[in-house]
Write a protein that binds this ligand. Structure first.
Ligand code: TPP
Ligand code: SF4
Ligand code: MG
Length: 347
């Protein structure tokens, strides 16, 4: 008998890659930071869905959160932009090559403060982009100042009380036209993974606000973005089951209490409701759920609003089939004779 240990074969996905093709560099964030758990789920989701990492664009702004794309999908393309400016860089990249799958990671400061103007216009365009806010209610990178998502009356580590009301990024995104809006928690592995897989299958803006505690500056009593507070106040809207298009599984569900949504790529999303009257395709219900849970001091999580068939910005612009980046100059520029004619007409 040989003494050579038997090494089990590595698990591969539907495009024959093992999970190492989806990992990134070693994290430099604090141990226990919620952002690290989100990177892990992104790795799992892209691996499970069998997305080719070379087809992925990773984009971010500035902040601890915006450093995260370095910690997942090493073979993908990446651009770490300027504070609050990721949406415009992402828009340019997506329009230049619509065949890429884009994922943007931002922070609550990056999105809700300096980047709020860019966020607003990104949402109303329904740009095909998975937009993740790693939401810790503070500016982690610059030592924990309150951000615009910090709750009224919540306390900083030094005891200072926040005297401004928060911006609810989910309510804002729904109001502005995002076609997939979800809220999750970095500590809720299963829910976050299902939400991310559904976001990968969606065509249009998938805005996901993930509460992601900052263990260094915002994980104390008095914070509403601490692990303890979110665990106690998370109110999942229901169970999420996701069946990717390449898996032939039939899900048993009770009609009436479950909404089945067909995603853009043919995957099926099943949302089993907790609240009887919850309808994720109705904007008014979605806004009401957010306001009601807010008033109770609770945090509604899950897929809050979904409109899978809404035109994305590529369709709105009626772009040609080939990615613009690969069009030859003869097809992107009028011929010299036409330009001469225009110049002549302006004389
Ligand atoms: C133009 C500009 N203004 C201010 C800063 C300083 N700054 C860097 S990160 C940051 C906030 C980060 O907060 P958030 O987006 O919530 O990310 P987190 O670190 O909490 O993950 C600020 C104000 C900057 N880098 N650039
Ligand atoms: S300072 Fe906060 S947000 Fe930044 S890495 Fe540390 S725990 Fe995470
Ligand atoms: Mg933050």
């Amino acid at each position: 008998m040989s003494d050579t240990p038997v090494v089990p074969p590595k698990k591969t996905n539907r495009i024959n890659l093992d999970v190492s093709s989806y990992r990134g560099s070693k994290t430099t964030l604090c141990a226990g930071c919620g952002h690290n758990a989100i990177s892990e789920r992104i790795i799992d989701a892209f691996f499970d869905m069998g997305v080719d990492p070379k087809r992925v664009l990773k984009l971010s702004g500035i902040g601890c959160s915006s450093k995260s794309p370095a910690y997942f999908l090493n073979p993908s393309f990446g651009f770490n932009s300027v504070h609050g400016r990721m949406p415009s860089v992402a828009s340019g990249a997506i329009l230049a090559n619509k065949d890429m799958l884009a994922i943007g990671v931002s922070g609550d400061g990056d999105t809700g403060a300096i980047g709020i103007g860019q966020f607003v216009h990104l949402m109303r365009r329904n740009m095909p982009l998975i937009y993740i806010i790693e939401d810790n209610g503070c500016y982690g990178l610059t030592k924990g100042q309150f951000s615009p998502t910090a709750d009224l009356g919540s306390k900083a580590k030094n005891g200072v009380v926040n005297d401004l009301p928060p911006i609810d990024t989910c309510a804002l995104a729904i109001e502005l036209g995002a076609s997939f809006v979800a809220r999750s928690f970095s500590g809720d592995k299963q829910q976050l993974l299902s939400v991310l897989k559904a976001a990968i299958s969606h065509r249009g803006t998938a805005m996901i606000d993930v509460i992601s505690p900052c263990v260094t500056f915002n994980d104390h009593d008095g914070s509403t973005k601490s692990y303890a507070y979110v665990k106690d106040h998370e109110e999942p809207l229901g169970e999420i089951s996701f069946v990717p298009f390449f898996q032939d599984i039939t899900v048993e569900y009770e009609p009436g209490s479950t909404t089945a949504v067909k995603m853009h790529d043919g995957s099926q999303l099943y949302l089993r409701k907790v609240a009887e009257d919850y309808n994720p395709s109705d904007k008014i219900t979605a806004m009401r759920i957010l306001h009601e849970s807010n008033r109770r001091g609770e945090l509604a999580t899950g897929i809050i609003y979904i409109e899978p068939d809404k035109d994305d910005f590529i369709e709105t612009l009626n772009l040609v089939d080939e990615p613009l980046a690969f069009l030859p100059i003869e097809r992107t520029r009028p011929p010299q004779a036409t330009l001469d004619e225009i110049m002549e007409a302006l004389r």
